[in-house]
Write a protein that binds this ligand. Structure first.
Ligand SMILES: CC(=O)N[C@H]1[C@@H](OP(=O)(O)OP(=O)(O)OC[C@H]2O[C@@H](n3ccc(=O)[nH]c3=O)[C@H](O)[C@@H]2O)O[C@H](CO)[C@@H](O)[C@@H]1O
Ligand SMILES: C=C(OP(=O)(O)O)C(=O)O
Length: 421
């Protein structure tokens, strides 16, 4: 397994181009299953998760061509079963369920399985699709669905922690080809859900209320091929912004989606970081002290759970005590014990951490456990004394395009050591 060897101490200075959004690209690729016509998707980031999704589409019968960020895909579905070996590597594979039911009238998709960030149920996906008329059973760890004619209805997707992003995607995709009108109450408002809705509209879907908690979908008989460009990844942009803040750097984040980053940028400003919105991007720099902060994660437009680990890394070197409350995935704290190995002073209790800022972290070998935890460890390594080795970086390759090359280009001392196997 590859690892990163990082020598801390250099500020990040220069320009980084932010890639297309993973969390937009994955459901949009799944949505191409809704039509037999060709779809052309631009700005698709080159990530292992994307490669897995393309493998799944190919397994289902698609012709796929992926080059220089553009996917051309034509879904002639010859198979409606996605087995465990294909879907277990990536939770987002569950969003092929809605399109398969809508297009084929049936689907068998293995449950994506456990996840290190905590329990990730799909009850709301299933109840939403059942309300549309699909018969769904769990058989031998697979979701087995028989669709028949789906019919529009009113569906509430509010769960115990707010709405569900991929659940909204799944139900919205199926509703596009259901008979009559579907109203989704408590829809997730994340920019990636909005992006999927816009892609569906470009395929001929009739959706109103896009970007709000109430989506109204008039079913259509067929959807057609489309050409579409994915939005920029707000989480990648946020991660580099934290990198500039932690290293006392000065980074221009080209194409950063400023409008989607309000809560993160507000928090960075509160911490003493300078944020300048410029044409086609964002400049992030710090010269003064980094102040402690409080964050509480919630659904959009609140503070994103996908930025929580990176902010924990930042808190380890801030002046004072920071408090972080994780409300979306209450157990998403695998990075805490590894940050402690670098010398961080942190107390964890239930879904809350208190982080007491320290003058310096000291390099050590650490283990990446999941995508954003890995990003937090890399950020900590950039400011730690001596050398930090981050093991199992395949987690980070799921969601950050060439992060080592991008960091190297702005002054970080980071090297990927390839495993021999
Ligand atoms: C590929 C992708 O886009 N992944 C994102 C998506 O994941 P994902 O869509 O899986 O996350 P959800 O929005 O579904 O989860 C939000 C909350 O709802 C709960 N829940 C979810 C589904 C369900 O059927 N029942 C239920 O109770 C979850 O346990 C969690 O507490 O949104 C998360 C929350 O912004 C992000 O961290 C992930 O990066
Ligand atoms: C948790 C994430 O992704 P996924 O839902 O694919 O696990 C993430 O992008 O931070």
């Amino acid at each position: 397994m590859d690892k990163f060897v990082i020598k801390g101490g250099n500020p990040l200075i220069g320009k980084v181009t932010i890639s297309g959004s993973k969390n937009s690209a994955l459901p949009i690729l799944a949505a191409t299953l809704l039509t037999p016509e060709e779809c052309i998707i631009h700005r698709v980031p080159d990530l292992s998760d994307i490669r897995y999704m393309l493998e799944i589409l190919k397994f289902l019968g698609a012709q796929v061509h992926y080059e220089k960020g553009t996917v051309r895909v034509k879904n002639k579905i010859i198979n409606w079963i996605a087995p465990y070996d294909l879907v277990r590597k990536m939770r987002a594979s569950i969003c092929i369920l809605g399109p398969l039911i809508a297009r084929c009238g049936k689907a068998r998709v293995s449950l994506p399985g456990g996840c290190v960030i905590g329990d990730r149920p799909i009850d709301l996906h299933i109840s939403g699709l059942q309300k549309l008329g699909a018969n769904i059973d769990i058989i031998k760890g697979d979701v087995v669905a028989q669709g028949g004619q789906l019919r529009g209805t009113t569906i509430n997707l509010r769960g115990p922690y707010g709405s569900t992003v991929l659940g909204t995607d799944n139900v919205m995709m199926a509703a596009c080809r259901s008979e009559g009108t579907t109203i989704i109450e408590g829809a997730a408002c994340e920019p990636e859900v909005e992006d999927l809705a816009k892609f569906l509209v470009s395929m001929g879907a009739k959706i109103s209320g896009i970007g709000s908690q109430r989506l109204i979908i008039e079913g259509v008989k067929e959807l057609h091929g489309s050409e579409y460009t994915i939005i920029t990844d707000r989480i990648e942009a946020g991660t580099f912004a934290v990198g500039a803040a932690m290293t006392k750097g000065d980074l221009f984040l080209e194409q950063a989606p400023v409008n989607h980053m309000t809560s993160v940028l507000e928090k960075l400003r509160d911490c003493g970081v300078t944020i300048q919105v410029e044409e086609n991007g964002l400049r992030v720099s710090r010269s003064g002290p980094l102040k402690a902060f409080e964050i509480v994660t919630s659904s959009y437009p609140g503070f994103p759970t996908d930025m929580q680990a990176q902010f924990c890394a930042m808190a380890t070197i801030a002046c004072g005590t920071s408090k972080v409350v994780e409300n979306v995935f209450p157990n998403r704290f695998m990075h805490i014990s590894e940050l402690k190995r670098l010398g961080a002073n942190i107390e964890l209790s239930k879904n809350e951490v208190h982080i007491y800022g320290t003058e310096r972290l000291s390099g050590a070998p650490v283990m990446a456990s999941d995508l954003r935890a890995s990003a937090a460890l890399v950020l900590a390594g950039l400011v730690a004394d001596n050398t930090t080795e981050v093991h199992r970086v395949y987690h980070i390759d799921r969601g950050y395009e060439r992060i080592d090359e991008k960091l190297l280009s702005v002054g970080a001392m980071i090297k990927r050591v390839y495993s021999k196997t």
